[in-house]
Write a protein that binds this ligand. Structure first.
Ligand SMILES: C[S+](C)CC[C@H](N)C(=O)O
Ligand SMILES: N[C@@H](CCS)C(=O)O
Ligand SMILES: [Zn+2]
Length: 347
């Protein structure tokens, strides 16, 4: 299924994938959240990537949970998997690189298990009633430098004067090269908090050896800017300038800001827009805890999806504190309002 995107590196390959999915795609939900729900302790500098070392079976299980819930795209467990982070744990560079590769392989294996095990649930039917497999892509997560810092810096975007575009490229390069060869269909640059990091990613994508496309997902705390204070529009323009970027959007941001952000994105890009907000809770990076929000509930979250589609988004999922139930509900809302009435879905 990955060949859909791998064959081309322009956003038309994503457009083709979306057409195959029926005009929109369902992205998975909070990966770390689901690991924790299954008992994983991820209060660690590696956060969810700790499970690549301690409990890879749980990683597979979470991928399967999201596939069973209707996801067309599953995101690898590599958000906070960095060579530097693994080495700090006492692993060798070789072991660190193997774990990065393993994150892609685990997702691909989960997709195979899903296709083999849940035959009925993974088939769709086209207008003529012809059966086709539900398209599923694997996106290799690359969390920002702020994520590696493990103190919630992906929500501040302030890296200090010692961090330059070149140092960010050096930080991410080997990791991105390995993930690009891990079996994943595309790279998901997630929770991008500033323009500098977006520029670094664009440069890396244009280097030799990165032969898969990517999406760029920014985060925002006000619906107008990214955490560094730069506008979402100027950050999206950076992503839009790169041919290898096949979708641009927002992740791990409160649902109430998403509409305004989609409207801004639409003003600067024709590429598909992806949104996968968090639950609206706020992360306390020091204590690695989520603080409840009175303003939003899971029900509110799903009720926004139709509006986001009207505003121009075409890939929808959830980020932190969302669950397979959120993804099931998103898939249901979208399939009910699908413009292709004869398309049958089994979730
Ligand atoms: C998206 S945040 C909740 C990820 C975790 C954070 N980088 C930390 O290590 O505390
Ligand atoms: N893909 C990551 C994003 C964290 S912001 C996760 O779901 O855990
Ligand atoms: Zn998140």
């Amino acid at each position: 299924m990955g060949s859909l995107v791998k064959e081309g590196t322009s956003s038309s390959s994503m457009t083709e994938f979306l057409e195959k999915c029926g005009g929109y795609a369902v992205v998975d939900g909070g990966f770390a959240t689901e690991l924790e729900r299954h008992g994983a302790d991820i209060k660690d500098p590696l956060w969810s990537a700790k499970c690549l070392i301690t409990s890879p079976h749980l990683v597979t299980k979470v991928h399967l949970d999201y596939l069973e819930s209707g996801a067309n795209i599953i995101i690898t467990a590599s958000y906070q998997a960095t060579i530097q982070g693994f080495v700090a744990k006492g692993l060798s560079v070789g072991e660190a690189e193997s774990l990065l590769r393993r994150s892609g392989e685990l997702s691909c294996e989960a997709r195979e298990i899903f296709y083999n095990r849940c035959n009925k649930g993974s088939w769709d039917f086209d207008h003529a009633g012809k059966a086709s497999r539900r398209p599923v892509l694997v996106a290799a997560s690359v969390g920002s430098y702020g994520a590696y810092l493990a103190d919630g810096s992906e929500y501040s975007g302030v890296y200090g004067d010692s961090v330059s575009k070149e140092s960010l490229k050096d930080f991410h390069r080997r990791r991105v090269q390995i993930l690009a060869k891990s079996g994943a269909d595309l790279i998901a640059f997630e929770t991008i908090p500033n323009k500098l990091e977006a520029e670094a990613y664009v440069d890396l994508l244009e280097e030799e050896g990165i032969d898969i496309p990517a999406w760029f997902a920014f985060t925002s705390k006000d619906g107008v800017t990214v955490p560094s204070g730069e506008s979402i529009k100027e950050c999206a323009e950076v992503a839009d300038s790169c041919k290898k970027v096949v979708a641009i959007g927002i992740n791990c941001t409160a649902p109430r800001y998403i509409s305004d952000l989609i409207i801004s994105l639409r003003q600067v890009t024709h590429k598909p827009i992806i949104v996968y907000p968090n639950s609206g809770e706020v992360y306390d990076g020091l204590n690695k805890k989520w603080i409840k929000s009175e303003e939003e509930s899971e029900e509110d979250f799903v009720s926004y999806v139709s509006r986001w589609r009207e505003e121009g988004a075409s890939l929808f999922g959830g980020c932190c504190r969302t669950t397979p139930n959120t993804i099931k509900a998103i898939a249901k809302v979208l399939s009910c309002e699908s413009s292709v009435p004869s398309k049958l879905k089994f979730w």
